[in-house]
Ligand binder design. Structure first.
Ligand SMILES: *Cc1c(COP(=O)(O)O)cnc(C)c1O
Length: 396
């Protein structure tokens, strides 16, 4: 059997060794506590589930849905964007629902990228931006996200010939995995850069509602002229604990929305309508609906940061998103430190290098771990000993 070259162009799975260790421990009956999974542990709000149940009883929802989604869903998305960000959208031409935002993020590459075209992709990042690019035959150019630049890309450092070949730039704030947020000033600079160089911006914004300060995260579409060259991906997954239902949306420039809708209409047949109805209920719910969830995440963030600095790790509590991006202790690589936590504490985290080479020196802790397990995991982490520097005194 011969499979496509395209398939073999997918990056190899990096952490075979670590996963083997986890599997071994579990097989031996040991409990491994995982801070590695970014998937909300709390339930979908019950009014949303009630809508889903009710809609699933209605015969008209048993048939093929339209790729472009129910008009009521597109209108609910439009209203939500207007109320939340003050961004006005035309529900006919500037909105397309997705089968989870990952689906749209992967597929849009096929609307934008021809062979050898370049996509500007942040590093570290959610892997799908680069994978979509590669599958479509393009080449990612990695923009390092460095702590000294607040984990924002530095447009001036991108070589001119790359800028010329670049068709698209991916951004994601609040950021996975670094936890960084971006101000409107940065989004304005990004849009200026993109307009000047005829580059499309794809902004991935699933964490806009997961934030812990008074600075509410922005939509890229709030930036001046953003709609001329950009599309934003959003999702109900993280905001409403709906990862299991698979629903998200892309909004913005009508030509881009149309391109993605056309592509999708040739590949999928839309989102089950009962799920669309549930999404409408979620989007129309009061902001109070998600308040408790966000308070729980904030408490977890504070608890984790405290323990990590107790054992000598450098951490900046993130203002948004579901992750803590912690610097590994001196002398360790990301993978070595991950292994050490697993060996000593039976705690799993994600090595930063899973998100790109600039993730070296970091590990990611997710906040989506149930409180009881979190407490147990943290107490184990608290006893971690730096094998490489057994005599180092803690400077606290
Ligand atoms: C979770 C996540 C998504 C995907 O969410 P869907 O469930 O596919 O809507 C997209 N981007 C980032 C950065 C994420 O962390």
């Amino acid at each position: 059997m011969k499979l496509s070259k395209r398939l073999s162009s997918l990056p190899p799975y990096l952490f075979v060794e670590i996963n083997r260790k986890i599997a071994q421990k579990r097989a031996a009956g040991e409990e491994v506590i995982s801070f590695a999974i970014g998937d909300p542990d709390m339930p979908t709000p019950s009014p949303v589930i009630e809508s889903l149940c009710q809609a699933s009883q209605e015969t008209q929802n048993h048939r093929y849905p339209e790729t472009s989604g129910l008009p009521e869903l597109r209108q609910a998305i439009t209203r939500w964007y207007s109320e939340r960000f003050g961004v006005k959208l035309d529900s006919e031409n500037e909105v397309v629902p997705l089968i989870g935002s990952k689906e749209g993020i992967g597929h849009i590459a096929f609307c934008l990228i021809d062979a050898e075209d370049v996509a500007l992709v942040p590093d570290p990042a959610y892997p799908v931006y680069a994978i979509g690019t590669t599958l479509a035959g393009g080449k990612p150019y990695y923009m390092p996200l460095l702590e000294k630049n607040q984990f924002l890309p530095d447009f001036d450092s991108i070589p001119d010939d790359i800028v010329k070949k670049a068709r698209v730039m991916w951004l994601n704030y609040p950021n996975n995995p670094t936890g960084a947020t971006a101000g409107l000033d940065f989004f304005n600079r990004a849009v200026d850069f993109a307009i000047q160089n005829d580059i499309i911006i794809c902004h991935d914004n699933p964490y806009s509602e997961v934030y812990f300060s008074n600075n509410r995260p922005h939509s890229l579409l709030e930036a001046n002229r953003a709609k001329e060259i950009s599309i934003e991906f959003h999702s109900l997954s993280k905001t409403y604990n709906m990862t299991g239902w698979r629903i998200g949306m892309a909004v913005g420039n009508s030509e881009l929305v149309k391109a993605l809708t056309t592509l999708k209409s040739n590949l999928d047949s839309g989102i089950p309508q009962a799920i669309q109805k549930a999404a409408i209920t979620a989007l129309q719910s009061s902001p109070e609906t998600i308040k408790t969830t966000m308070e729980v995440y904030k408490k977890r963030r504070d608890l984790i940061c405290e323990v990590l600095s107790d054992i000598g790790l450098e951490v900046t509590p993130p203002e948004g998103g579901l992750y803590i991006w912690a610097k590994v202790p001196q002398g360790y690589t990301s993978v070595e430190f991950t292994s050490s936590l697993l060996d000593q504490c039976s705690v799993a985290v994600t090595p930063g290098t899973g998100y790109g080479k600039y993730g070296e020196g970091y590990v990611r802790f997710s906040l989506t771990i149930h409180d009881a397990l979190l407490i147990k995991g943290l107490s184990r982490l608290g006893s971690w000993k730096d094998d490489k520097h057994p005599f180092k005194t803690k400077l606290r």
